[in-house]
Write a protein that binds this ligand. Structure first.
Ligand code: 3HC
Length: 319
């Protein structure tokens, strides 16, 4: 079939909400966009473990430590699902890891901010995982089958992440004025970077138009950001916390909250490697990868031994 017809048939499948599977024909540009987005999503999950790991040994109770450990383990699993989904597109795990460590591949800018207090862990759960859920629920309907299915499973766990974060903040706000001020300080620092998680404004997004046509992206960056603001403002009111945006106010006509301008210079500065923690995050990831080489070698040796045993057994069985 001529390439023109292949592309037409492909777009018809997407338009009819037929999932694209690994063995299906797909335009190379579709494949490359998926590799870019899904791998960066996976990198974000794994790098995102670092800021929270900083507080495992300092959690205020055994219960909080257990919840934080469970959340961090979940994030590692999310990374695994997403790396596996990316590998179905014909790229190896080692290539993906090399792209992250060389700086060729991005991860979410949000993880380049430091976690300075325990209430930051609550703010991450409430705001960062809350924003991630908003984005990921939409991605459950993405056109690429393995990505959509990974999202369904990930979203179930993200809800726990968001709730445990909000519970930390609610407890602190009700405990004492000092702790409520800690929460206010955390929210002041995490609010705007959380809005940046949804990406640049639609008018500035080089990928959105094509990604929407291919139904990789189902809702635009700005629409998801607006949904997140509308959902989060009432939750902040329950906490008794003031979101750090003097322009934030309900617009009865639009039936949405109006909010101030995002500092896109800060966004691009952090995305381009000049955030507070970019250097230390990469150093930590590269160190962990190097120190984990023996685990990978052992796992490969075991898998090869197992394959040999099965090979011998099948020869005996059929001889
Ligand atoms: N941080 C870093 N880079 C970002 C970014 C962010 N917050 N937002 C956008 N960018 C980058 C894009 O990757 C792209 O750069 P590239 O061409 O080098 O890849 C550029 O900015 C232009 O942005 P676009 O909006 O045009 O790019 P996309 O169409 O890819 O949209 C996105 C960006 C909305 C983040 C989309 O990629 C997406 O939905 N990704 C899947 C979700 C995801 O990755 N979330 C990250 C957080 S995961 C998380 O929080 C885990 C949770 O458990 C805590």
């Amino acid at each position: 079939m001529a390439i023109q017809n292949l592309e037409t048939h492909f777009q018809e499948k997407v338009d009819q909400e037929i999932k694209i599977e690994p063995k299906d024909w797909m335009p190379d540009a579709y494949r490359q966009t998926l590799i870019r987005q899904i791998s960066q999503h996976a990198h974000s999950e794994v790098v995102g473990m670092l800021p929270e790991g900083n507080w495992v040994t300092r959690a205020p109770s055994l219960k909080r430590k257990l919840a934080l450990l469970a959340k961090i383990q979940d994030e590692a699993g999310h990374g695994l699902y997403l790396y596996s989904a990316t590998e179905t597109l014909g790229i190896s795990r080692s290539e993906l890891i090399d792209q992250l460590h060389s700086g060729k591949a991005k991860y979410s800018s949000i993880f380049n901010y430091p976690t300075l207090s325990w209430s930051d862990i609550g703010a991450i759960g409430w705001l960062v995982d809350g924003a991630a859920i908003m984005n990921q629920v939409a991605l459950c309907r993405t056109s690429y089958g393995p990505y959509a299915r990974a999202m369904v499973r990930i979203c179930k766990e993200e809800s726990f992440h968001q709730r445990q974060g909000y519970d930390i903040l609610l407890t602190m706000c009700r405990n004492s004025e000092t702790q409520r001020q800690m929460v206010q300080d955390s929210v002041n620092r995490w609010w705007w970077p959380s809005l940046m998680m949804f990406g640049p404004n639609d008018s500035e997004s080089p990928h959105s138009a094509q990604s929407m046509k291919w139904k990789i992206k189902r809702v635009s960056n700005d629409d998801l950001r607006q949904r997140f603001v509308d959902m989060t403002v009432p939750q902040a009111e329950i906490l008794g916390i003031k979101l750090p945006d003097p322009e934030l106010k309900w617009n009865e006509e639009r039936k949405h909250y109006d909010f101030g301008n995002i500092d896109w210079d800060e966004f691009w500065r952090v995305v381009n490697g000049h955030g507070p923690c970019n250097k230390s995050r990469m150093e930590a990831r590269i160190k962990a990868h190097e120190e984990g080489e023996w685990v990978r070698d052992a796992a490969m040796a075991y898998a090869e031994k197992q394959a040999e045993r099965q090979d011998v057994q099948s020869k005996i069985q059929y001889s």
